[in-house]
Design a protein around this ligand. Structure first.
Ligand code: NAD
Length: 349
């Protein structure tokens, strides 16, 4: 028998279609009446629309969120937060915008309602990655986790095809690492496997019919499960490698996860039986995930993200500098070999 600790799930979640209209109620239920609405420049229209829906409960918008939460953007947003007399945050967007909400929330203690529009899965976690002077640091703290998450399927209907696929694989990567984490527990494992079933069934439908609400709902619920799982487990080799590549070589977040996950999962499947359920869903762990990613139209090669073979040597060296939990022991040569396969886009066994 293997014991476990289930930490509970701390964020309130509202899920459905048209739930954007419920954000105002959620802000009011938290006892607030002046929300600063955050987005990227790309989603400024959605932020303005949400501010209009909030009416007098909106203090304004800040639409400069950027990938990897640059601290200088957070500092400007903090000024906007205080100039607007805001008392809480509403972020509408993917992991970049939710990251900005988290960065302000942890500095000010303000409550945060996150409205995710991708499958990347930042919304349920206590994890914040920030960049300053080109260096990315990641930390975890309860003050980082949003109080409320409002999932509105309608917001995902406009998610571009490439981000649909790569952020879905990003979510699957969270589920994979939750299964073999040292602090894995049966609830998060069930959620992770159910999420993978949902992506396996739903993603091909979404790819053919991006406006199919039922299929979008199926995968968005999967994204919620994976985000929850990530929020309560210790990350291992997969997330560490993605962090090294994104942080030191500037590779794009979701694409990096999408390319790496068949390879890291294949590697770790040889060190644990915790991924047997993944094999049942996809046919095999590494090869099955690789086939699924290829069929969905995901990028398959690190070479296509601008990495050189010399970068792989450097990345393998960085990846073994610190020790971290992983179900299978590894050395620099193992990582170098894994990266070579991912660089070439080779199908793992
Ligand atoms: P993103 O938030 O950077 O979004 C990419 C682009 O797509 C942006 O321009 C965005 O405005 C646009 N977009 C998002 N949703 C859209 C929609 N529905 N319709 C049209 N355009 C849309 O991408 P992401 O992959 O969601 O997030 C990546 C970031 O999230 C990274 O910085 C990563 O580190 C972070 N992240 C953090 C965690 C965590 O737990 N802390 C988890 C996952 C990702």
């Amino acid at each position: 028998m293997r014991g476990f600790t289930f930490p509970g799930i701390h964020s309130r979640v509202v899920f459905g279609a048209g739930t954007l209209d419920k954000v105002g109620e959620e802000v009011a239920a938290l006892g607030h009446g002046r929300a600063l609405v955050l987005s990227t420049a790309n989603q400024a229209d959605q932020a303005e629309d949400l501010a209009k829906r909030l009416g007098s409960a909106a203090a304004g918008t800040f639409t400069e969120a950027a990938m990897h939460t640059p601290v200088e953007v957070t500092e400007r947003a903090m000024e906007a937060f205080s100039a607007a007399g805001a008392d809480c945050l509403v972020s509408i967007g993917g992991g970049s915008t939710i990251g900005l909400g988290k960065a302000i929330a942890t500095r000010t203690g303000a409550d945060h309602v996150a409205v995710p529009t991708t499958y990347a899965g930042s919304e349920m976690t206590d994890i914040l990655g920030e960049t300053k002077d080109g260096a990315k640091t990641t930390r975890r703290d309860v003050s980082i986790r949003p109080e409320v998450v409002v999932y509105d399927v309608d917001l995902t209907l406009t998610l571009p095809a490439d981000l649909t696929v790569t952020s879905a694989l990003n979510a699957i990567a969270h589920g994979v690492e939750a299964l073999y984490a040292p602090d894995a527990n049966p609830v998060l494992s069930l959620m992770s496997l159910e999420a993978m079933r949902r992506f396996k069934e739903g993603l091909p439908v979404v790819a053919r019919e991006p406006g199919n609400r039922e299929a979008r709902a199926k995968v968005l619920e999967g994204a919620w499960y994976c985000s929850t799982a990530l929020g309560y487990i210790t990350m291992a080799l997969h997330h560490k490698l993605a962090h090294v590549l994104g942080g030191s070589f500037g590779t794009p977040h979701a694409e990096t996860h999408a390319i790496l996950i068949p390879h890291t999962a294949a590697f770790n499947a040889e060190g644990t039986d915790a991924l047997d359920g993944v094999a049942e869903i996809f046919g095999s762990v590494g090869g099955g995930l690789w086939d699924f990613a290829r069929d969905a139209g995901a990028p398959m090669k690190l070479a296509d993200l601008g990495m050189s073979e010399a970068d792989l040597d450097k990345a393998a060296g960085i990846a073994v500098q610190n020790s971290y939990s992983n179900p299978r022991p590894f050395n620099e040569a193992d990582i170098r070999e894994l990266l070579q396969a991912a660089w070439e886009g080779r199908r793992p066994a």
